[in-house]
Design a protein around this ligand. Structure first.
Ligand SMILES: [Zn+2]
Length: 184
């Protein structure tokens, strides 16, 4: 495999997955533009970092799906993109979802914490338990890692369920420190 050397060393409004208390409304899906380039870059960083983080990769593999090969398939097959994603009428609360648009295993919200520091009316985004600022490298890595955890079936369904989403975020933070530290 690729992957250079491994170095040692990643909050609210994280992911937002599928199933559960709500269903995200996904509109204007796209696999192009500057947003796509940003997602591609972060996914690639994540792949490298994950290969150096046995704690995170074994956590994400708990349900029997290898997260590294899952992520590699997502990247190689280009099954990711970005869209406008609304949850219960709120266009900002979802960072990303794992599905809801054709041929996308990961869909990032154009209007959420991945791409923005704040909502248009000035509410600041914060991602995960450590409060990574919206649009930061770590917030982007955290959001993608969270969706990967849904893709491998390890995280709880949390769409529209705040408590489940926070528990999932805490699990990611606790198990994937090294991966998150590597993303900058
Ligand atoms: Zn989620």
């Amino acid at each position: 495999m690729l992957l250079g050397g491994c170095n040692s060393s990643t909050q609210t409004g994280g992911g937002g997955g599928s199933g559960g208390g709500g269903r995200p409304v996904v509109t204007n899906p796209s696999k192009s533009g500057p947003q796509q380039k940003t997602i591609t870059h972060r996914l690639s960083q994540l792949l490298t970092a994950l290969a150096c983080d046995p704690d995170c990769s074994s956590f994400l593999a708990r349900n029997g799906m290898d997260p590294i090969s899952t992520l590699k398939q997502i990247i190689d097959n280009g099954i990711y993109g970005h869209a406008d994603i609304s949850m219960n009428g709120d266009p900002y609360s979802t960072g990303a979802t794992n599905g809801g648009a054709p041929e996308m295993a990961i869909v990032v919200n154009n209007q959420g914490a991945f791409f923005n520091r704040a909502t248009p009316d000035g509410r600041t985004f914060s991602v995960g338990p450590r409060g990574y600022p919206g649009r930061s490298a770590k917030a982007q890595g955290f959001i993608l890692l969270h969706e990967l955890g849904h893709s491998t079936g390890v995280l709880r369904p949390d769409a529209g369920i705040r408590a489940a989403g926070e528990s999932n975020d805490t699990d990611i933070q606790n198990h994937c420190k090294k991966t998150l530290d590597a993303i900058k």
